[in-house]
Design a binder for this molecule. Structure first.
Ligand code: FES
Length: 331
């Protein structure tokens, strides 16, 4: 049995057969994570001292990150006492994951390839969660997929999900061909560590592609209830799609800080007068004060990886970049 020590001095035992992430969880400590399969990079941590060994896929680490001492806590075990340059997010221990039956309350199509559904729950069974987290939905034939919650917790307990059509996808065939109000499903959650940290006095930037806007919408709704001294200095949303119909919602925020919304299109026609290209490029073109920025990115793996490497190379602190990648499933 070895020990893992975090930068805020919390520590836990870590058996060599267990990933550091699982060992932390067994000790009641929650570390940053999302996919738990080595693919999204959310659980990256820098080793300050001690030896580790990969016990699963860690291919989302770049050679430069390996060289700099980064590991993935979800696929790495401790060999001897290990000190990591991360803090825990044990606030999430107050929001345990549970399995709950639910029914589709309503559904519509804000874009041709996007389904927006509202879920309702039996009395007192609605899940408690933090804006930004995701849930697993177990549909027909026990097929399970993950979706970010698109609303902050509400009095009626309903959850909104934005679902993108995946051609040939097993659950997509149900969502886009058969789903109807009243259908019974199972939900497991909340999950993930994508939630708003301390943003007081900072320039808060959201980067989203496609249905990655869903958790951003939930975070904006949650942010509207924050008060001084916890407010950011500014809030900017950059949302990217190929064509205007991909941007199927108008980001808004009722709150004390004005929201700047920058729609970005990668395949706009000549009439488009807004920003073109990719959200991370547009953010860097705006020359943000990266010493005062905190970035929350949600969407494709490609956008997250590219945004992370370029923003960090430009001077953003790794501790001020949070992400939730949509890791594709094989079916
Ligand atoms: Fe570890 Fe995704 S790579 S949680």
């Amino acid at each position: 049995m070895t020990r893992v020590v975090l930068s805020n001095d919390k520590s836990f035992d870590a058996p060599p057969s267990s990933t550091i992430l699982d060992a932390a969880r067994a000790a009641g400590i929650v570390l940053e994570h999302s996919c738990k399969t080595g693919r999204c990079g959310t659980c990256k941590a820098r080793v300050l001292r001690g030896a580790t060994t990969p016990i699963g896929d860690d291919t989302s680490l770049s050679p430069a990150e390996r060289e700099a001492g980064f590991i993935l806590t979800c696929t790495t075990a401790a060999v001897d006492e290990v000190h990591l340059d991360i803090e825990d997010v044990s606030l999430l221990a107050d929001f345990p994951s549970r399995t709950t039956p639910c029914r589709i309350d309503a559904l519509d199509r804000p874009a041709p390839d996007v389904l927006r559904i509202s879920l309702r729950f039996p009395p007192k069974a609605a899940p408690r969660y933090l804006p930004g987290q995701y849930v697993d939905i177990v549909g027909p034939n026990s097929v399970r997929r993950s979706y970010s919650v698109a609303n902050a917790p509400s009095d009626d307990g309903k959850l909104e999900l934005h679902i993108r059509e995946v051609p040939g996808g097993t659950l997509s065939a149900y969502w886009f061909g058969a789903a109807k109000a009243g259908d019974l499903l199972r939900l497991e959650g909340p999950k993930g560590t994508f939630f708003l940290r301390d943003v007081a006095g900072l320039d808060l930037v959201f980067l989203a592609t496609g249905t990655g806007i869903a958790p951003v919408k939930a975070l904006l709704e949650g942010l509207a209830h924050r008060v001084e001294p916890g407010l950011p200095r500014s809030v900017t949303v950059l949302w990217g799609g190929r064509t205007p119909q991909d941007l199927y919602w108008q980001p808004t925020m009722d709150g004390p800080v004005a929201l700047e919304y920058v729609p970005v299109l990668s395949r706009a026609d000549a009439d488009w007068t807004g920003a073109r290209g990719h959200v991370q490029d547009v953010l860097l073109q705006r020359a943000p004060d990266l010493a005062r920025c905190v970035v929350y990115a949600c969407g494709s793996e490609t956008m997250i990886e590219n945004a992370s490497s370029r923003l960090l190379a430009a001077g953003l602190s790794a501790k001020r970049f949070f992400s939730d990648a949509f890791v594709s499933s094989s079916v």
